[in-house]
Design a protein around this ligand. Structure first.
Ligand SMILES: Nc1ncnc2c1ncn2[C@@H]1O[C@H](COP(=O)(O)OP(=O)(O)OP(=O)(O)O)[C@@H](O)[C@H]1O
Ligand SMILES: [Mg+2]
Length: 285
């Protein structure tokens, strides 16, 4: 496992500071002395297809500070989901560096990557992917049960096993209350509305107290009113749990509510100039 330049010895960090400041300013951020929680440097992703090589990113750079809520918009096929997958160690870069929570994600073994995802990242997708045969409560508790430990680190073996499972379910119940669904805890996903399913998915994403929330079109499958309510909830959870959030969305009104909105176009990210009711344009860097 390797750590980020920001966590490297002072001489290395000093050498990189002008480059990192320039990246941040190019993306509409103020310069900061605190290490960014996400740092992408010259990212490239290449797919070999029957039609030849597909270069998805053109030396893409991104810095995200702790506490930011960043929206990413872009046309279908621009690479938004691929970028989130790479940030969250679900996919590997073809070239370049990706540091997430100061970890070089490409340097992780599959086992380390799984532990990293469970510890640091909460994912929410357009479709909730809840397990249909389990209740809302069990679905939310699943990451804790999969981790095999209680929140306090009690291992999942021996005579204490009942205790940690009960504790996991209690933590899950607290999260269901936080997303306003304590009275739906014994419902299976098929017995929940679309908005409720997505709120359960949010609770499940955050039950391990990750630092990062990566959401890929989390409101894309919902009607406008429900989408607004789910986004309200994401905003509230982002603030109350000190999250850093990256949200992919096609909804420009929701993107405008984030602390920063970027457009992925031609393999690069640029600040989004937003005017309600009009088509977005990439602002000059
Ligand atoms: N495993 C793969 N092999 C080859 N091409 C791929 C692979 N995965 C994705 N692609 C291509 O990469 C491009 C980006 O895909 P991605 O899913 O990241 O787009 P997106 O911006 O999320 O689009 P959407 O808004 O439709 O979800 C697409 O053109 C897709 O066909
Ligand atoms: Mg996508």
């Amino acid at each position: 496992m390797q750590t980020s330049p920001a966590a490297a010895p002072p001489s290395t960090r000093t050498a990189r500071e002008p480059e990192l400041r320039a990246q941040g300013q190019a993306q509409g951020r103020e310069a900061s002395t605190i290490p960014p929680i996400i740092q992408v440097i010259d990212l490239q992703k290449t797919y070999q297809t029957a039609r030849g090589t597909l270069n998805l990113f053109q030396h893409l750079n991104l810095q995200v500070e702790a506490g930011e809520m960043v929206a990413i918009v872009g046309q279908s096929g621009a690479g938004k989901s691929t970028l989130l997958h790479i940030l969250g160690a679900l996919d590997a870069p073809s070239a370049g560096k990706v540091y997430c929570a100061s970890i070089d994600v490409a340097s992780l073994s599959p086992r380390e990557a799984a532990a990293f995802r469970n510890r640091e990242i909460g994912y929410v997708w357009q479709f909730h992917y809840l397990l249909p045969e389990f209740t809302a409560l069990e679905n939310v508790a699943m990451p804790l049960l999969a981790r095999g430990k209680s929140k306090t680190g009690v291992p999942s073996d021996g005579s204490r096993s009942l205790g940690w499972k009960r504790e996991a379910l209690q933590v899950a119940a607290n999260w269901l209350r936080e997303v306003g669904l304590e009275d739906r805890s014994d419902h299976r996903p098929g017995e929940l509305s679309g908005g409720e399913q997505q709120r359960v998915a949010l609770a499940r994403a955050l039950v391990n107290n990750p630092r990062l929330l990566l959401a890929d079109e989390p409101t894309g499958d919902l009607d406008e009113t429900t989408a607004g309510r789910v986004f309200d909830l994401i905003e509230r959870l982002h603030a109350s749990h000190g999250l850093t959030s990256i949200l992919v969305t096609h909804n420009l009104d929701l993107a405008a509510r984030c602390t920063r909105a970027l457009r992925l176009e031609s393999g690069r990210l640029a600040p989004l100039a937003y005017t309600p009711q009009t088509e977005p344009t990439a602002a000059p860097i």
